[in-house]
Design a protein around this ligand. Structure first.
Ligand SMILES: NC(=O)c1ccc[n+]([C@@H]2O[C@H](COP(=O)([O-])OP(=O)(O)OC[C@H]3O[C@@H](n4cnc5c(N)ncnc54)[C@H](O)[C@@H]3O)[C@@H](O)[C@H]2O)c1
Ligand SMILES: O=c1ccn([C@@H]2O[C@H](COP(=O)(O)OP(=O)(O)O[C@H]3O[C@H](CO)[C@H](O)[C@H](O)[C@H]3O)[C@@H](O)[C@H]2O)c(=O)[nH]1
Length: 332
């Protein structure tokens, strides 16, 4: 298929673009490199450096590919919970307004399929876990609220204009694939930060909150391997039907506390990794664990890399590659 990937210079978008290219799709990436980086765009993709909302109309008119687009995979977004509390304008404008422009451009150029990166943050603090797609959506931060607003907009575009769309509500994505992994301009995510401590780039990892009502007092998250996530995007493209908006949770179904993740990183790296307690982070829920049964039964999704040590060890391999690249750049 001829596909537009927004946010393909970022973590999840670059891994998915890599897998799409490997499966023979034609890929155009649009990214403004606000949090991603140019080197992450996989070889073989056409790269347009621009704001996705502003560039979508021109790209989807066929200018970059010489042909009609058959789908959009929309990863581009601001996605930091804490930042969304302090700077909500970045989220309402950067996420919602950008996506509305993309939806309009898709409608104008009759692009039939959309796969959207939604999030566990749309649910807020769940009353029960694991979280199913029927649980109430009550986001606890502007990031989750912006993604939920987009999900609502997509539903109405599907019903009114015949778009076929899938919102994939990822839980916590981690791991790496080939030369693609987490390498943001400013890193705030738990696993890459812990691995930076293991590399000696940071002194210690801060544990945000040790007084949550969980088994060791630290927050619980459900980690999904980025390659399993990429497979779900391929399945979603195939399953797309005009007029239908499918919403699917994607996680491994198992929750790990922050301390358990740090322990897994110590096991995999063999390094001590000092940790220190710190206050809770604004907007964080205590526990997020997915039920992915709907994706498994309806999309035929079958996650393969669910063990936390496998996820951490792929992320570790990537972090070491980054360290080697930085070393080579300094010595040249
Ligand atoms: N990483 C996770 O654990 C996780 C979990 C749930 C949902 N998500 C969602 O998955 C998507 C990808 O997340 P990620 O972790 O790869 O983030 P990321 O920050 O690594 O990648 C986002 C990319 O989008 C680009 N971008 C942002 N706004 C843009 C705009 N207006 N126009 C063009 N490019 C723009 C950035 O430069 C970056 O390359 C996001 O939509 C995020 O909300 C991520
Ligand atoms: O230095 C750190 C960084 C994080 N954490 C904690 O580790 C957990 C995971 O934090 P991340 O920042 O890695 O991930 P989030 O759970 O905040 O958010 C991620 O997953 C969400 C869905 O679960 C969103 O979709 C979002 O895009 C994505 O960044 C949280 O309890 C956080 O407070 C720490 O203790 N110390």
């Amino acid at each position: 298929m001829n596909l537009l990937v927004t946010g393909g210079a970022g973590y999840v978008g670059s891994v998915c673009a890599t897998v799409l290219l490997e499966r023979g799709h034609h890929v155009v990436v649009v990214d403004d490199v606000s949090t991603g980086n140019r080197e992450a765009v996989p070889e073989g993709a056409v790269f347009v450096e621009a704001d996705a909302g502003q560039a979508a109309d021109e790209i989807l008119s066929g200018g970059c590919s010489g042909g009609a687009f058959e789908g959009v995979l929309h990863f581009a977004a601001r996605s930091l919970v804490g930042e969304s509390v302090t700077d909500p304008d970045l989220y309402w404008h950067g996420n919602v307004v950008t996506t509305l422009s993309i939806l309009e451009a898709m409608r104008r150029h009759s692009v039939p399929r959309l796969v959207f990166s939604s999030t566990a943050a749309t649910y807020g603090e769940p009353a029960t876990v694991p979280i199913t797609e029927d649980c109430p959506t009550q986001p606890t931060n502007p990031y989750g609220a912006s993604k939920l607003a987009i999900d609502h907009a997509i539903t109405s575009y599907c019903h009114a204009y015949g778009l076929g769309a899938t919102s994939l509500r990822y839980f916590n994505v981690a791991g790496a694939y080939r030369s693609a992994g987490e390498n943001r301009v400013v890193e705030t995510h738990l696993i890459p930060l812990i691995l930076q401590v293991a590399m000696g780039f940071r002194d210690s990892i801060s544990v945000f909150g040790s007084d949550w009502e969980t088994r060791d007092g630290t927050a619980v998250r459900d980690y999904i391997h980025v390659l399993d996530l990429a497979e779900a995007h391929l399945l979603a493209l195939d399953a797309s039907q005009p007029g239908r908006h499918g919403i699917y949770n994607l996680g491994s179904g198992e929750g790990f506390t922050v301390r358990e993740v740090i322990e897994a990183c110590r096991r995999v790296t063999g390094r001590p990794i000092p940790a220190k307690d710190a206050p809770r982070r604004l907007g964080d829920p205590a526990v997020l664990v997915a039920s992915s049964d709907r994706a498994i039964t309806e999309l035929g999704w079958s996650p393969k890399h669910t063990a936390i040590d496998k996820i951490v060890s792929d992320a570790w391999e990537f972090t070491q590659q980054l360290g080697d690249r930085a070393h080579a750049a300094r010595s040249s």
